[in-house]
Design a protein around this ligand. Structure first.
Ligand SMILES: Cc1cc2nc3c(=O)[nH]c(=O)nc-3n(C[C@H](O)[C@H](O)[C@H](O)COP(=O)(O)OP(=O)(O)OC[C@H]3O[C@@H](n4cnc5c(N)ncnc54)[C@H](O)[C@@H]3O)c2cc1C
Ligand SMILES: *[C@@H]1O[C@H](CO)[C@@H](O)[C@H](O)[C@H]1NC(C)=O
Ligand SMILES: *[C@@H]1O[C@H](CO)[C@@H](O)[C@H](O)[C@H]1NC(C)=O
Length: 523
């Protein structure tokens, strides 16, 4: 890479911000474009018609595990920050890394096209001329285009019918009989936020689910995952994949059953495997089921009258409002068709019942454009049960190293073959049930990203000579990394291709001390 290579990052939610920072850190001349007048994306609650958290949203991953690799939350923020605290954290991140000069707010990018003459990307900016960049990162968010299923008779429904994107204020539903469609994290949050406002709340679901609390016995549930455990899981997965999958599912179900008494009448079992879905994280949903303030019902089949629906089990239900919590569709319409990775969704995927009408992006490691891997990348299309901030911190570190030429990508043909094989696997999951199009095999993806980003963790915390040497020199710290909280700072402890963070060790020690000292309390 020559000095002065320019990169445009489009969208400055959490993922755009971390990409901006990780590329700037490696010497790129980076400009971030954001159409809103603020950064942070969906974490800033807004009543406007765009995706945002609810005022009542609390994160579903602890701050000790959900932060960026080189920037902890402030010490006095609780383990489960509110949405406003996450938004404040993102603004602090911008200040700390002095990103403001690289940020252009109120700037909407209308189109990204290839300028063959200049051999650059041209960005058409609303109300202004095109601007040219060597490389482009698309971070416009995966949660902007509502995915709404086609339901027979819906045109005759007389009440309010909205997607969760437009659901902002529970008091709009005072005295209503509300049907929520979809039992995922959003469905659970929406349902419980309506308690005390709506007269009746139903939540319709096709599949089962696991429900996990945030906190068990004053201990944050995600703090019980440590590095050693994930390595053990990797080993099992490599050698006994079916056994490992069953075991993990059994283990998580046990945690659920210890925390809650699940009534079989709710039809939550069998839950889909964690290989293809994430659990619902909620501290209040089960209590709401028990008290009847939220009623789980079977899938929505059709609308039969202007104020009644029929469910898959034949029941008729009187409802006057429907809220679709059925997720979003990936939409990269701002990228010229030739480079839009959602334009080549296969018939096999589209026909699988778990695809739910969503497109399946064709990207190498769910990040790199196959047509232009050297200059076009996407953030937001990797999914597995792991904190989003950590995933994309690693993804953008890897991206920076690949684009610098310190890590390499295989040939175009090998990448195409890898994507074909990956999609084959995803389609297999989609035949079993619903699946996030961004789903990856956690172990394989993590191994790749650690290697490409050059974090050193697999070497220094592995069984090779580097691992033994580190353990011999720093037995206590090594032990803390292996068995303490699985902190994202571990990825910045070691020198490697990417920049290490000198504060990583102290931050890890502090996080472990802090949670030992105080029992975790929810707001
Ligand atoms: C309701 C909700 C709750 C969530 N809760 C959690 C949680 O508790 N824990 C967790 O880890 N994850 C959670 N997530 C996952 C969440 O998606 C990620 O944490 C992350 O914040 C997503 O960031 P993003 O940058 O991809 O998207 P966004 O925050 O949507 O940001 C995208 C940005 O791009 C901008 N943009 C779009 N198009 C253009 C354009 N053409 N030109 C310029 N700018 C553009 C948008 O204005 C926006 O600011 C939640 C998601 C939702 C929807
Ligand atoms: C949140 O969005 C509003 C506009 O809806 C904006 O005025 C405000 O500055 C934003 N807040 C933060 C903390 O970014
Ligand atoms: C947290 O909630 C978000 C949005 O609802 C979801 O995408 C994510 O998978 C959830 N995480 C976990 C661990 O359940």
């Amino acid at each position: 890479m020559g000095e002065g290579t320019t990169v445009a990052v489009i969208g400055l939610g959490a993922l755009g911000l971390v990409s901006l920072k990780n590329l700037a850190e490696e010497g790129y001349v980076v400009t971030g474009f954001e159409r809103n007048g603020y950064v942070g994306g969906l974490w800033n609650y807004t009543e406007e018609d765009k995706t945002s958290v609810l005022q009542s949203t609390i994160v579903n991953i602890s701050k000790e595990r959900g932060c960026f690799t080189d920037f902890p939350f402030e010490r006095d923020v609780s383990s489960y920050p509110s949405a406003a605290e996450v938004q404040a954290y993102l603004l602090n991140y911008v200040d700390h890394f002095k990103l403001s000069p690289n940020i252009r707010l109120n700037t909407c990018v209308k189109q990204v096209r290839r300028d063959q003459v200049r051999n650059k990307w041209a960005l058409d900016i609303e109300g202004a001329g095109p601007e040219h960049f060597d490389k482009v990162v698309i971070a416009i968010g995966m949660n902007s285009i509502p995915n709404i299923p086609v339901v027979e008779g819906i045109e005759s429904f007389g009440g309010v019918c909205v997607h969760s994107r437009a659901f902002k204020r529970p008091d709009d539903f005072v005295g209503k009989k509300v049907l929520i469609v979809g039992l995922g994290n959003t469905g659970a949050d929406t349902a419980t936020s309506l308690i005390g406002y709506a007269e009746e709340i139903f939540i319709a679901h096709r599949e089962g689910t696991i429900i996990l609390p945030r906190v068990v016995d004053g201990k944050s549930l995600d703090h019980s995952v440590n590095f050693r455990l994930t390595k053990l899981q990797d080993f099992m997965n490599d050698h006994f994949p079916d056994f490992a999958e069953k075991n993990l599912n059994k283990f998580v179900k046990k945690i659920q059953d210890k925390a809650f008494t699940i009534d079989p009448k709710w039809n939550l079992s069998p839950a889909p495997s964690l290989k293809q879905s994430v659990p619902v994280v909620s501290d209040t949903l089960v209590t709401a089921f028990e008290s009847g303030s939220v009623q789980p019902v079977s899938a929505l089949r059709k609308v039969v009258q202007e104020n009644a629906v029929e469910l898959a089990d034949g029941t008729h239900l009187a409802v006057d409002s429907i809220i679709w919590c059925t997720g979003y569709k990936t939409h990269f319409g701002l990228v010229e068709d030739e480079y839009d990775p959602t334009k080549r969704t296969t018939a096999q995927w589209a026909a699988s019942r778990g695809s739910n009408g969503k497109p399946l992006p064709r990207l190498y490691q769910n990040i790199f454009s196959l047509e232009r891997p050297d200059s076009l990348a996407f953030m937001g299309t990797v999914a597995f049960p792991n904190p989003a901030f950590q995933i994309y911190d690693l993804a953008s570190m890897a991206l920076a190293q690949v684009w610098k030429g310190r890590s390499s990508l295989p040939s175009r043909a090998s990448m195409e073959a890898a994507v074909d094989a990956h999609h084959e696997w995803v389609c297999g999951l989609a035949r079993r049930g619903s699946v996030y199009p961004g789903i990856v095999k956690p172990q394989e993806w993590m191994r790749w990203v650690n290697e490409a980003a050059g974090t050193g963790v697999d070497e220094y915390l592995g069984y090779g000579w580097k691992g033994w040497a580190f353990w011999a020199r720093e037995p206590r710290f090594c032990n803390l990394l292996m068995t303490g909280i699985y902190s994202p700072h571990v990825f910045r402890v070691f020198d490697g291709k990417k920049k290490k963070w000198d504060g990583a060790r102290l931050a890890i020690e502090r996080a472990n001390e802090d949670v030992k000292m105080k029992k975790v309390k929810l707001l």
